[in-house]
Design a protein around this ligand. Structure first.
Ligand SMILES: [Cu+2]
Length: 207
């Protein structure tokens, strides 16, 4: 066994960049659902974060995304958290489900998502880029995109509640609460590769 190092010319790097542009953002791991249930006896909403899936990791895969997904370019991101309705119930007449972000670690960015079949609009939400701190939720599985540009631990807290069309809470109902957390880790070497005029490739050959 011996290792061979070779420098691939800049042309090849350009080709790789083009290839990466065709990629779509990835969830980053298994789905971690926030199950939202309603107890009609106490008129209470409850939110329960799946404890079985470990803390999601926001990563930069070194890819370049096009269109609306380009908001994730250059960030560490993750979409494992998914809001889901548990059981069969509906908001009271004239009310809607709302998810409001109550607090978040500075630097946490959020963009509107969907399912993996429909990745969503990537519109800024939860205060990102001056957006509203709350979103109306239709109750379908919702995996929003979270991103950061600084490595570290991130936490965000939410309330889920019934409200009118403008988000004013419906009297007589208790809200649910959830805390989400992530760790943002830099991809080793991703930035270094971009800084080189060529790409260093390691190949292994059998002697
Ligand atoms: Cu899901």
């Amino acid at each position: 066994m011996k290792s061979v190092c070779l420098i691939v010319p800049v042309v090849a790097v350009a080709a790789l960049t083009t290839l990466a542009a065709a990629q779509t953002p990835q969830m980053g791991g298994p789905m971690k659902h926030v199950m939202v249930s309603f107890d009609s006896m106490s008129n209470s909403l409850m939110a329960m974060v799946d404890p079985m899936v470990p803390t999601p990791v926001m990563q930069n895969y070194g890819d370049t995304y096009t269109g609306n997904a380009s908001v994730l370019n250059g960030t560490m991101y993750n979409a494992q958290y998914g809001w889901m309705v548990e059981g069969f119930w509906a908001p009271p007449s004239g009310s809607f489900l709302w998810i409001e972000q109550l607090s978040a670690t500075p630097g946490l960015l959020a963009y509107s998502g969907g399912t993996m079949m429909n990745q969503g609009t990537f519109a800024p939400i939860f205060g990102t880029a001056g957006s509203s701190s709350r979103i109306q939720w239709n109750g379908g599985m919702l995996h929003n995109w979270y991103a950061a540009t600084t490595p570290g631990d991130y936490i965000a807290t939410y309330r889920v509640y019934f409200g009118d069309a403008s988000g004013v809470a419906t009297p007589g109902y208790m809200e649910g609460g959830a805390m989400l957390n992530w760790t943002a880790v830099p991809a080793p070497g991703a930035a270094a590769v971009l800084g080189l005029g060529g790409l260093l490739v390691m190949r292994r050959r059998r002697a």
